[in-house]
Design a protein around this ligand. Structure first.
Ligand code: ADP
Ligand code: TRP
Length: 317
């Protein structure tokens, strides 16, 4: 591992099927940044974050392996990037506790995720309330400078920055401040109903969808009859083709939504097929487990070195 390169770190919760919003909003960005070798990469599966939602051992295992396969099918090379499970590095939860002791309740109550959960009048678990502190630990343990995520995660990165500053102020310079990395023109990928694409809204196009699944999703895209251009179709289309490429197609089929949807199905299938094939062909469970096991050992080494500094700084060592 090259110690001079800037660290890029990102993670996703294994809570469901990965969709094209996750891909264009987050995964694509970090795979591209990592493949030019300009950064040292740490990419992980946020299983302890997922535990707030997935409380079934078999399902946790299945979703975790699926996410590892997804990363690899999207072009992440586990030989060059440290690919690991959050739960394999206990420093994450340990550091989250330390952050809890310097963080106030009113500050955490301002988090969007908490406010959304509260607005839905849910019985919020402490893990959801505390989520930003675990995420701050994920980032700060590795001195990450670049953290590619979708727009909805921007506030969490600000929390990580604030927490690093606060810790440094109290205990002395220990953590580097991270930057979010958000591509503005794909910051929010809309779902088939026009709202943000999200597994919780059931409006997704799965990243490894079969031709039939693509057809079903695209035919379900909500269109209004007022304009010439179906905006919800176009918004998805322009993720895979440029405005110039689409101009003549949309001009030629003005107002003909069915033809435009058929063109989108064709283009999505062409785009998804190679990834779908890689996903399906990928390695056995045992091989995936081995990759995560190795990644876990590398991540632990790095995280433990940081924890040594932290323990000294707070006076428990
Ligand atoms: P979901 O909303 O489907 O539950 P997650 O919260 O697990 O998705 O998000 C995983 C990553 O994908 C995050 O970095 C998030 O910002 C990004 N992401 C999720 N949905 C979208 C979207 N519709 N557009 C852009 N990025 C997204
Ligand atoms: N909170 C992120 C999400 O919901 C996942 C995540 C956890 C993460 N820890 C992280 C992303 C650290 C980037 C860096 O998608």
């Amino acid at each position: 591992m090259n110690a001079d390169k800037l660290v890029l770190l990102s993670g996703i919760k294994p809570t469901g099927e990965i969709h094209i919003g996750n891909y264009f909003g987050a995964i694509k960005q970090f795979v591209e940044l990592l493949n030019d070798d300009s950064h040292q990469g740490f990419v992980f599966i946020a299983d302890y974050h997922a535990l707030n939602f997935i409380q079934d051992a078999a399902e946790m295992k299945r979703l975790t392996r699926n996410l590892a396969r997804t990363y690899i099918a999207c072009g992440l090379d586990p030989e060059r990037v440290v690919l690991f499970k959050q739960s394999d590095v206990s420093a994450h939860t340990e550091l989250a506790w330390i952050f809890d002791t310097i963080t106030t309740m009113p500050y955490l109550m301002r988090a969007h995720a908490f406010k959304d959960a509260e607005a839905k009048n849910k019985e919020i678990v402490v893990g959801t309330f505390n989520y930003p502190m675990l995420m701050a630990a994920d980032i700060l343990l590795y001195n990450a400078s670049v953290v590619p995520v979708g727009q909805d995660q921007k506030q969490h990165i600000e929390y990580a920055r604030d927490t690093a500053e606060k810790f440094n102020r109290i205990f002395g310079e220990t953590f580097r401040l991270p930057e979010p990395h958000i591509l503005l023109d794909v910051a929010v990928v809309p779902g088939i109903d026009g709202r943000k694409m999200s597994k919780s809204y059931e409006n997704t196009i799965p990243l490894f969808a079969s031709r039939d699944e693509i057809t079903e999703a695209v035919m379900g895209i909500v269109t209004d009859s007022s304009g010439d251009r179906p905006e919800n179709v176009y918004a998805i289309h322009r993720l895979i083709k440029t405005d110039e490429e689409l101009a003549s197609l949309y001009e030629e089929h003005k107002g003909k939504y069915k033809a435009l949807k058929e063109a989108l199905i064709e283009d999505l299938d062409t785009f998804i097929a190679p990834m779908r094939e890689r996903f399906e062909a990928l390695t056995t469970d045992a091989e995936i487990d081995e990759i995560l096991h190795k990644g876990g050992a590398l991540a632990r080494e790095r995280a433990e070195a940081k924890m040594d500094e932290v323990r000294r700084a707070i006076g428990v060592r």
